[in-house]
Design a protein around this ligand. Structure first.
Ligand code: F6R
Length: 365
């Protein structure tokens, strides 16, 4: 069942180009139409003026990427909430907001309960983005988008995450279109970018031998920092989560601008710092944050595309990620951090597919 792979996680990382193209298929056929989200979506989505995303863990990070997209592409305000926090807050409902639950398994108890709570507050426009058909959360939602990642067996989510991102991008573009904020040219260029995405992800997968060399250097460390800014900040969070859950290396992610407000005190020559730094509007800011790290002796491991114009120097290692048209860059950059965590865990000899203390589907509180 594993084919040429050593673990389900590795297999699932490599299945991403297919998982993405399968998930993209209906979009390429239909364009960004509300019907992608169900027969009743046209009516329900037409009244939406904000989005509340509820999720746990990796799914929460997918939601955190979507916030940047919804605000910048659709001009729709968005709030992303950790389900286990939201369900116990005295949250203020706005029935014109769409509630989106993100859950790979569709069975996560806290996400399910957060959805019930939102409904009890008067939210009746609910959308589930899920990878498992007919699971509990989609069954309790008015609208559904199924990602087509196929079964994910490794406890650490990989292909479910990147396909969730696609679903969220489709939602963003669809809302933008409903609101008259998406020109035909823009729609075509997004569809083109989607069409090329599996190829870019394949290029990222081809970086595995280089990333493995980095992972070998990481394996003896006990701590690591991950930095990103803007839409790549949630990818830094996801990289840190992947590393800690499967290799048990303590990892933290920060928006790079926060460094000087505390975490910079941790940086010394024993602290590897991973930076997600493709060319985007915040790149120059990220570069100056990196200098702050370098000045304290921190070793930098930088994922950067060609347009970021980084060169290697002492203490600064660079892996060139594929250039990928703007907005979908977080999807491409999720892949190298998955590979880094996987190989660091392999080196440390941990149980990659079944990390200690964790379960694939969290159906208890
Ligand atoms: C981490 C991971 C978890 C899940 C979380 C939510 O790699 O997989 O953080 O993302 O338990 O699970 P779902 O998406 O099934 O609700």
């Amino acid at each position: 069942e594993l084919g040429p792979y050593s673990h389900f996680m590795q297999k699932e990382i490599h299945e991403q180009p297919k998982a993405l193209s399968d998930t993209i298929e209906p979009l390429l056929e239909a364009g960004f139409v509300p019907e992608l989200f169900g027969a009743n979506a046209k009516e329900l989505l037409s009244k939406v003026d904000g989005v509340l995303i509820l999720a746990c863990g990796t799914s929460y990070y997918a939601g955190s990427v979507a916030r940047y997209w919804l605000e910048s592409i659709a001009s729709v305000p968005c709030q992303v909430e950790i389900a286990s926090e939201y369900r116990y807050r005295d949250a203020v409902a706005n029935p014109n907001w769409l509630v989106v639950t993100l859950s790979q398994s569709g069975e996560t108890l806290d996400t399910m309960e957060a959805l019930k709570y939102a409904k009890s507050l008067g939210h009746d426009k609910t959308l589930s983005i899920c990878n498992v058909r007919e699971s509990a959360i989609p069954r309790s939602s008015e609208m559904v988008f199924y990602t087509r990642a196929g079964a994910e067996i490794g406890v650490a989510s990989t292909k479910a995450f990147t396909t969730q991102l696609l679903a969220l991008f489709a939602l963003t573009a669809t809302l933008a279109k409903i609101k008259g904020r998406l020109s035909d040219t823009q729609e075509q260029s997004y569809l083109d970018a989607l069409r090329h995405l599996p190829g870019s992800v394949q290029h990222a997968l081809n970086l595995e031998p280089q990333i493995k060399i980095w992972a070998d250097r990481f394996a003896p460390k006990e701590h690591a920092l991950f930095l990103g800014r803007g839409v790549h900040y949630p990818i830094a969070l996801e990289g840190a989560l992947k590393l800690k859950e499967i290799s048990y290396i303590h990892a933290e992610a920060y928006p790079a601008g926060e460094l000087k407000h505390g975490p910079l005190a941790l940086v010394d020559d024993n602290m590897p710092v991973v930076v997600i730094a493709p060319n985007d509007v915040l790149l120059e800011k990220v570069k100056s944050n990196m200098q702050e790290v370098r000045a304290r002796g921190g070793e930098l491991f930088v994922f950067a595309d060609l347009d970021s114009h980084f060169s290697e120097s002492e203490g600064v290692h660079v892996i060139r990620t594929p250039r990928h048209a703007g907005v979908l860059s977080p999807v491409v950059h999720a892949v190298p951090v998955q590979i880094l965590a996987y190989h660091a865990a392999l080196q440390r000899g941990t149980d990659v597919d079944k990390p200690r203390n964790l379960a694939k589907s969290v159906t208890v509180e």
